[in-house]
Each structure stands twice: as structure tokens, then as C-alpha cells.
Design a protein around this ligand. Structure first.
Ligand code: ATP
Ligand code: MG
Length: 352
């Protein structure tokens, strides 16, 4: 197949990890007989420097016409003045909105070779394979806000349609995995959560009789995620709970440098990026871990291009490289680290 992929390297280590990932996609294209076109555009701090705004119109238009978007990272100390008129992170929010993305997927599957990097006991982590689906467009982060000298409010609002579409997406994903869906809310206290629970129950009952649905309160979920992570398959939750639980879940895998993400909407185009930030402390040194970005490319193949076999080939190659202890500095023992490019080369070798 031919696919048009928009590439947004961004800031900090973004350009390095994206540059390491494109040859991996080329290797997949060569092995499976596809043609991927890459079109590079600016987003984040570099876009502020070059165009005066974090999401230039040309970037959004290219993304809207693309089959998928691969993104590195945005932000850094150069643009972090709290009084600045524009900030790199606004570019991310704007492109998600411009593409109508409402579901953020974060898979966590701790790799046996990296278990030691997690603060959680290894025996609890064996066999863990969790996919958190976080709602991205609603809830308290986007509700009306007020502030006076004596108080402040943040309004939490969800519509039935917003809950339906994200639960539906999560249930579809559960169907392709182990068929188990956990919906997380705070229905003992919050009205939005009672609506969430009712809608989730109805959608799964009416449309996904083959999926098992379980409801969990977010406080007990925060505990169980660490005490019995193997119990979960797909977890779906609203925006703020998802923000908090995905960071918690990332600790199961040890290094931030191993965790990919996908943001999906109603159409095929999605944004694929590592969950980590621009890591300004190590930028430009060629030592960043490229695996999270390479695994994001695998999600791109799976979710935007429908290339499951190709996605699995990347995931297997990364897994083999980890088995062979091809580690960048974030995972390696002192003196044993490979460079960003060497880690990517180890993946490419295993794809060819
Ligand atoms: P955000 O930009 O989302 O606010 P942050 O500033 O909290 O993120 P990161 O930029 O992700 O954090 O960096 C946190 C720490 O993890 C830093 O010390 C950084 O060097 C390290 N780190 C992040 N990504 C990687 C990577 N791919 N390889 C190696 N180290 C990384
Ligand atoms: Mg950062």
C-alpha cells in the first residue's frame, strides 16, 4: 500500500528519535512491499521560532490530508517562560483538536529484560499487558473556569455522545485482545461518573455482548493497578482520571523511553508519539532511547494503516533487541549503553 505520513519532529530529543524511527518504517516498507511517503512539518517550539505560532496552518492542513502523523516531542526551557504569549504545548492541544482526536491509547507491556527498571516487584509484572484508553476532549480540563479573590471553580461536564464514542472505541480494542474492559469512574460521588457508568454499561450490553465489562472506582483502581496489574486488559476512563492513571501505569514498565501512545478520532488519521517529553537534559547527545517512538510507529501501522502484521514485526524486533540487551543509557548498566542510532539499527536488523 501507499501511505502518506506527516512527520513532526518537534523539539529537544524529538528530531533525534524521529530520525531514528523513519528508517525502521522504511525497513518495514521494504520487507512487506509498501511505499511510505514522509512529509516533515514544524510543531511546538521550533514552529514558534520559525513561524511565530506552535501550530502553523501548513502543519495542520498537511496532517488533515495525511493517513497518519508521527510526532517526536515538543517543549523545552527556551519556551517555558510562564508569561509567554504562546507555548509549544498549545501546538499539541490544537492539532489534536483540529484532527478531532478523542481517544488516547497507552499500552503498557513490561518487557522481561527491563523489569528491573520498574519500582514494582518483578513477580507482579510478569505477563502484564494493559491498554489504557483515556478520553481526551471533555471533563474538568475543558469545562468553564472561574476565579475570584475568594474562590475558584472548574466545571466537569460530559455528554452522552462523548462517552459513547470513547467506550465504543475501547470495547472494539478489547475485542481484538482478551475481551475484558474495565471502566473507571467515581460514580459514588460524581454525577458525570454516574452518567459515564450508565452509558458504558448500555454501549457494551447492546453492541459488545462478547466483551466483559467491569466498573472500578478510580481510587481503588489506583491501588489495584500496582497490586494486581495482571488483572487488566483494556481500561477506559475520562480525561483527568486517565491523565493520572496513565502516568501511574507507565511506572509498571520502568523506563519512559519504552512507552508509545496513539491518539485516535472518528477517522483513520491519528497522532502517534512517545509518552515521554522532549528531555532537554539529554537533547543533542545522541543517547535518547528511540524505542518508544519506534513502538509508536508500530501503533501507527496498526491503527491508522490497518497493517497488523507489520506492526507486530516492529514490536517483535524491539522485543528481540531488548532481549539481546541492546540498551540506551536510560536502561543500560554503566559503560554498556548504545547510541540512539545503534538501538534503531538493532531493530532494523531484526526486521529485514
Ligand atoms: P513533559 O515534557 O511531558 O512535561 P517531562 O519534562 O516531565 O515531560 P521528559 O522530557 O519526558 O519529562 O523527561 C523526564 C526524564 O526522563 C528526563 O531526565 C529525560 O532525560 C528522561 N527521558 C525522557 N525520554 C527519554 C528517552 N527517550 N530516552 C532517555 N531518557 C529519556
Ligand atoms: Mg519535558
Amino acid at each position: 500500500m501507499h501511505a502518506n505520513i506527516v512527520v513532526l519532529p518537534g523539539d529537544g530529543i524529538g528530531p533525534e528519535i524521529v530520525a531514528a524511527t523513519l528508517p525502521v518504517l522504511e525497513a518495514v516498507a521494504a520487507r512487506f512491499g509498501h511505499a511510505f511517503g514522509f512529509q516533515e512539518h514544524d510543531i511546538g517550539g521550533i514552529a514558534i521560532d520559525r513561524h511565530g505560532e506552535p501550530l502553523p496552518a501548513a502543519t495542520l492542513e498537511a496532517a488533515q490530508r495525511a493517513d497518519a502523523v508521527l510526532l517526536g516531542a515538543v517543549g523545552g526551557p527556551k519556551w517555558s517562560d510562564p508569561n509567554a504569549r504562546v507555548r509549544p504545548e498549545q501546538g499539541l492541544l490544537a492539532i489534536r483538536k483540529g484532527l478531532g482526536l478523542f481517544a488516547n491509547l497507552r499500552p503498557t507491556r513490561p518487557h522481561p529484560a527491563a523489569l528491573g527498571a520498574s519500582p514494582i516487584k518483578s513477580h507482579l509484572l510478569e505477563g502484564v499487558d494493559i491498554l489504557v484508553v483515556r478520553e481526551l476532549t471533555g471533563g474538568i480540563y475543558f469545562g468553564d473556569k472561574t476565579r475570584s479573590n475568594s474562590d475558584a471553580t472548574d466545571l466537569c461536564r460530559y455528554t452522552v455522545a462523548e462517552i459513547e464514542r470513547v467506550v465504543r472505541r475501547a470495547a472494539e480494542l478489547a475485542r481484538t485482545r482478551r475481551g475484558h474492559l474495565t471502566s473507571v469512574d467515581k460514580a459514588n460521588v460524581l454525577e458525570t461518573s454516574r452518567l459515564w457508568r450508565d452509558v458504558a454499561s448500555r454501549v457494551v450490553r447492546e453492541e459488545f455482548p462478547d466483551v466483559t465489562l467491569e466498573h472500578q472506582l478510580v481510587d481503588s483502581m489506583a491501588m489495584h493497578l500496582l497490586s494486581r496489574p495482571r488483572a487488566y486488559d483494556v481500561v477506559v476512563t475520562e480525561n483527568m482520571f486517565g491523565d493520572i492513571l496513565t502516568d501511574e501505569a507507565s511506572m509498571l514498565a520502568g523506563s519512559l523511553g519504552l512507552l508509545p501512545s496513539a491518539s485516535l478520532g472518528a477517522g483513520k488519521v491519528g497522532i502517534y508519539e512517545p509518552i515521554h517529553g522532549s528531555a532537554p537534559d539529554i537533547a543533542g547527545k545522541g543517547i535518547a532511547n528511540p524505542y518508544a517512538t519506534i513502538l509508536s510507529a508500530a501503533l501507527l501501522l496498526r491503527h491508522s494503516l490497518g497493517l497488523e502484521q507489520e506492526a507486530a514485526a516492529i514490536e517483535a524486533a524491539v522485543s528481540d533487541a531488548l532481549d539481546a540487551r541492546v540498551f540506551t543509557a536510560d536502561l543500560a548498566a554503566p559503560g554498556q549503553a548504545v547510541s540512539t542510532t545503534q538501538a534503531a539499527a538493532a531493530v532494523i536488523e531484526r526486521i529485514q
